[in-house]
Design a protein around this ligand. Structure first.
Ligand SMILES: [Zn+2]
Length: 461
């Protein structure tokens, strides 16, 4: 049962109030943004020290308490990683109803797709392909603030209760992934919503889009790139008024194609499970601005010192709106660089260079009638089953794959889950009788000998 507070935080009224406040802060100067950020940080720290057993113990052991918190600088706090967060999950969250085991079971059961945990908490998970899968929970208030951020600064939705906007989203849609979770939470009073599975046969996607005619198109950059290509080829005929790309890199080539196909510039939204609205292109589109009214950002070099402006470093994130699962000085996998040259726009927010996101290869296979069909890399990036601690997909022949898997826990059971999930992916694409795969258990995944970097997908050369 929802209580009155939750009902209010879930309401369109709360969303509108938050959107107005977020819009207003766009006209603040830098100093005012910084003092707002500082106030929110102190409030969050007090909350965490009161309601999170983990933070209380962890910070106390570093001499940080509720009493001296006003004198503490962000850089005085110890950094946490996804591993630390997951290992201490039940103690870290500020609500005793949240248990890691139950949440993991919840997100992996297809019955629960599109549902909230206990009808209250929005749960998203990050990939299991590159190490520990992360679970991230947003309470009603946190989730609405996030939605208000996106509606105000990304889709730039003009609130009109008399006419709904049509919103289409292309990405991985069959799980609790960050992108789809947020897109399908678009308020039904304002939006009609069409989810498009990036892993569905392309023709059916085009048909659905041609019928739907979206006003706004959001999704994975590579998926939107594919649609742009089809629009140029004359198979897609839509005229969205706004486009935002996230998840995988919005490369100059994709940007150019989108502009050519739809006559508008796409907005690059930097989103992660840790916060699904970290930064975005402004109206002038020259720069990606960090939303530093609702986050604290630090960029650290290899020696853990603050990186110089322009220099890439590891992003340390503090999410200032999530009071359910506070992420304070949390190390992200992403590398970013401050690029503080002035922007034509009026936003007071710091700017960064383009995000050096990870680019993985498409797996191109052949259908029974000889057509080319692909398996999108994001499907593999977001491959998640309990017990899978690392993986790599190797294309041995055109229609034959080997999944190398590092497994922690019950091996037989996890392999069974991997098989099931992979079969599902192939079935969606109608490739299950054509593409074959085997699962090979390994102790570790070696980095690419040439680049020294980890590669999830090794396509056929
Ligand atoms: Zn700008």
């Amino acid at each position: 049962m929802k209580n009155i507070k939750d009902t209010y935080h879930d309401s369109i009224i709360y969303l509108l109030l938050k959107s107005i406040a977020i819009k207003k802060s766009e006209s603040f100067d830098r100093q005012k943004i910084e003092s707002l950020q500082k106030r929110r940080l102190t409030k969050l720290l007090k909350h965490a020290l009161t309601h999170s057993r983990f933070y209380k113990k962890y910070y106390n052991s570093h001499g940080i308490t509720r009493e001296n918190i006003n004198k503490i600088e962000l850089s005085d706090l110890p950094i946490i990683t996804k591993k630390i967060m997951m290992e201490n999950f039940d103690d870290l969250v500020c609500d005793s109803r949240l248990k890691r085991m139950e949440l993991e079971r919840f997100v992996t059961d297809p019955e629960n797709h599109g549902k909230k945990f206990q009808d209250r908490f929005q749960v998203v998970h990050s990939s299991g392909s590159t190490g520990t899968p992360g679970i991230f929970v947003y309470g009603p208030r946190d989730w609405t603030i996030l939605k208000a951020l996106i509606l105000t600064r990304v889709t730039k939705t003009k609130i009109n209760l008399t006419q709904k906007q049509k919103l289409a989203f292309i990405g991985a849609v069959d799980g609790h992934y960050a992108g789809i979770s947020l897109a399908q939470a678009a308020p039904s009073q304002l939006f009609e919503f069409l989810p498009l599975d990036i892993n569905a046969p392309l023709e059916s996607t085009l048909k659905r889009l041609n019928t739907f005619q979206p006003d706004y198109l959001g999704g994975y950059a590579s998926g939107i790139g594919l649609l742009a290509q089809e629009q140029i080829n004359g198979k897609l005929h839509i005229a969205p008024k706004g486009i935002s790309c996230s998840a995988d890199p919005l490369t100059p080539r994709i940007r150019e194609m989108v502009t050519q196909a739809f006559g508008i510039d796409p907005i690059n939204l930097y989103a992660a499970s840790e916060s699904i609205g970290i930064a975005a292109h402004c109206g002038a589109r020259h720069n990606i601005h960090l939303f530093n009214d609702w986050h604290c950002f630090e960029i650290l070099d290899k020696n853990h010192n603050p990186a110089k402006p322009g220099e890439f470093g590891n992003l340390i994130l503090t999410n200032l709106y999530n009071y359910t699962q506070p992420l304070i000085r949390y190390r992200m996998d992403d590398e970013v660089a401050i690029d503080d040259h002035p922007c034509d726009c009026t936003w007071p927010f710091q700017t960064i260079k383009e995000i050096a996101g990870r680019e993985e290869d498409f797996l191109w296979v052949e259908t029974a009638d000889g057509r080319r069909e692909f398996i999108h890399p994001i499907v593999m990036v977001e491959f998640m089953v309990p017990g899978l601690a690392g993986m790599q997909v190797v294309q041995k022949a055109r229609n034959s794959l080997t999944i190398k898997a590092v497994i922690s826990g019950n091996q037989e059971y996890t392999v069974e889950l991997i098989r099931k999930r992979m079969t599902q992916i192939l079935e969606k694409k109608q490739l299950h009788n054509i593409v074959h795969f085997d699962v090979e258990m390994v102790n570790e995944i070696k980095n690419d000998s040439k680049t020294g970097k980890y590669k999830l997908i090794i396509p056929l050369m």
